[in-house]
Structures are given as C-alpha cells and as structure tokens.
Write a protein that binds this ligand. Structure first.
Ligand code: SAH
Length: 325
C-alpha cells in the first residue's frame, strides 16, 4: 500500500485507542507544557474578535487532544468578553471522552464539513496538520515513484510503487518529496466558510516554509524516536508541515495569509514575558517551573524556532496580532 495509507491507518488506530499526551504517553505538546500557551492563543483570538467588531462567532479547534488549549484559551478570551460556543473536530473516541470531561457544552464533529456556516469561525489547530497522512515520493533514476509499505514475513518493509509519477518537479536522484493532501482539503473547506462568513485559522506546527525535499516522517513512542514501520498503530506518526502548501490552499480559497513566524516570536509578541511575571507573582514558589516552561516554549533550542505559527484570515479582516509588518 502507499505509505500514505499506512500512515492514515496507523494514526487512526493509534489515536482511537489511547491518550498519547504527557509523561505517561508518547509525546508532550505546547498546551500541556504550560497554561500560558493556550492563554496567549485566547488573547490572540479575543483581540482579533474585538477588532472585527465583536460579531457572534464560534470557537473551533482541530484535533484538540485533551482539550487543554481550548480550556486555557476560553478562560483568557472570556476576560475580554469573547465567549463563543465551542466546536471540536476530533475523530478519536478516547480523546473525545477526555474533552467531554472539560466541555459539557461543546459540539463534536468528525470533519470540518459540518461546522457552522452561518457565522465567523475562529479556528485553532495545534499539532494537528502534522498528524495527517503524507504521500512520499522518491526520485529514482527512472523518475519519481511513490513510496509504499509491504509485508515481508512478519514485518513491514519500505517499497517503491511501480507506477511512474508525473506531477512533481524534477530533482536529483534520491530526493524525497512529501505532499499532505488532507491538509489542503481541510484548508480549502475552511476557506469556503471563512471567506463568506469571516473568521480566521491559526495553525501551529513543527514545520517549514517550502518548497523543500526530504523525508520528515517521524515515529514517537514513549518520548523516543522509533522506526515508522516498526509499531503500526502503536507509535505516533508525524510529518513536518509545509506551511507554503497550507498558504497556497488558503490563498486559492480567497483568504489572506500571515506568517509563518517562529513560535517563540509569536509568543513574545503576545506577551509571554508579562504573563510569566504575573504567574510568578501569584505563585513565587513556582518561579523556576514557570520560567522553565516559558523557555521550553520560546527558546530556539526547544520549541521556539522549529515550531511555526501561521494565520489565514477572511478577506478584509484585520491583520492579526503578532503578524503586523
Ligand atoms: N492539539 C492537541 C493534540 C495534538 S495530537 C495538543 O496540542 O495537545 C493530534 C490530535 O489530532 C489528536 O486529538 C488526534 O486525535 C487528532 N486527529 C488526528 N487525526 C485527525 C483527523 N483526521 N481528524 C480529526 N482529528 C484528528
């Protein structure tokens, strides 16, 4: 099967059968490191909503995990008067249960296609697009071929599918190209709503501004990298997000694009320094812990540079905070 189908099936089973987040799981995300992350996203949302003249709107999150970001963002946004209904796009029954413990009043969706289409949407996606399956292609001496997975005895092995691939730009032999068709489809569907009803999408992920070549697929199990084919359905498979491809889909759908900028730059612009000081003043005994969490979020050696933030906004909407030239 194409590697894409393997990644889709593996992640569907992986997320359906566990809560993968935190120390006891396989990986830790920014909202699980500190409440400051979700709070600053909430401030970003509320600021944009206020400058868009406070329309009735909806909060939407794609792949909300434990719902931590949504809880922290909602608490911060509410202080500015922004308290929209919550819509969560989540396919995992296990994580839906975890989210329902914190949001008794949310509406769940399997896909973005059933989201409200009568009001502006404020959409947040943190480490969501990187979990979607990618197609991988390899430039052989005979042109591009798609990478696949085959059963070899009792294990899985990488193969190349025989059909020639014609739609990729030429590159040196051995080059790897990745495409994320689901990401483009989701952005296109969201753009159709945002374009006519208003709103914005904030996308945060480990990624790059393409075009680029290279195999970025990683598998994580118990906080350590493993062979992506070794634990089907039992390891988290991700691929770095091509923010240029996301922006192309957003622009084709009629949206204005902002960024990507490094996560550290975004969080500093949103006031993580002030928030660190306020939390520390309220809990001096936790000063070291709070400072360590801030550093993990913004330091270029941790998440500050590799993680990127991009925003896509409805035509005519204000430029969102953190992205002004
Ligand atoms: N945003 C959270 C969780 C990131 S893990 C955080 O930052 O902590 C990826 C999330 O996306 C999980 O909630 C997973 O169940 C969900 N997910 C993965 N593929 C999905 C898909 N195709 N549709 C909807 N949700 C998906």
């Amino acid at each position: 099967m194409p590697f894409h189908d393997y990644m889709a099936a593996s992640n569907a089973r992986y997320y359906a059968t566990r809560d993968p987040l935190g120390l006891a799981g396989d990986f830790t995300t920014a909202p699980e490191i500190s409440q400051m992350f979700g709070e600053l996203v909430g401030v970003w949302l509320a600021d944009l909503w206020l400058r868009a003249d406070s329309p009735p709107a909806a909060y939407v999150e794609l792949g909300p995990g434990r719902g931590t970001l949504a809880v922290d963002a909602r608490r911060a946004a509410r202080k500015a008067g922004f308290a929209p209904p919550v819509h969560l796009v989540e396919t995992s029954p296990t994580l839906r249960t975890a989210q329902a413990e914190r949001f008794f009043d949310a509406t769940w969706h399997d896909t973005v296609d059933t989201l409200p289409d009568d009001r502006p949407l404020f959409v947040v996606a943190n480490e969501f697009f990187d979990a979607l399956p990618v197609r991988q292609y390899e430039r052989t001496p005979d042109g591009w071929r798609e990478r696949g997975v085959a059963r070899e005895g009792d294990r899985l092995a990488p193969i190349l599918l025989p059909e020639p691939i014609e739609h990729l730009p030429d590159a040196p032999t051995g080059s790897i190209a990745e495409r994320n068709p689901a990401a483009a489809t989701i952005i296109t569907a969201l753009a159709a709503r945002l374009r006519f009803r208003g709103g914005a999408l904030l996308a945060i992920d480990y990624g790059y501004a393409g075009p680029a070549f290279g195999d970025t697929v990683q598998a994580m199990r118990a906080h350590a990298p493993v062979d992506p084919l070794a634990y089907p359905g039992e390891a988290d498979l991700t691929a770095h997000v091509d923010f240029t491809a996301l922006a192309d889909a957003a622009r084709a759908g009629g949206l204005a694009t902002h960024g990507p900028i490094p996560q550290g730059t975004f969080l500093r612009a949103m006031g993580i320094g002030l928030r660190t000081a306020a939390l520390t003043a309220a809990a001096p005994a936790r000063a070291d812990e709070i400072a360590a969490a801030r550093d993990r979020l913004i330091s270029p050696d941790a998440m500050g540079a590799l993680f990127k933030v991009a925003a896509y906004t409805a035509p005519g909407w204000p430029v969102p905070a953190g992205f002004a030239q």
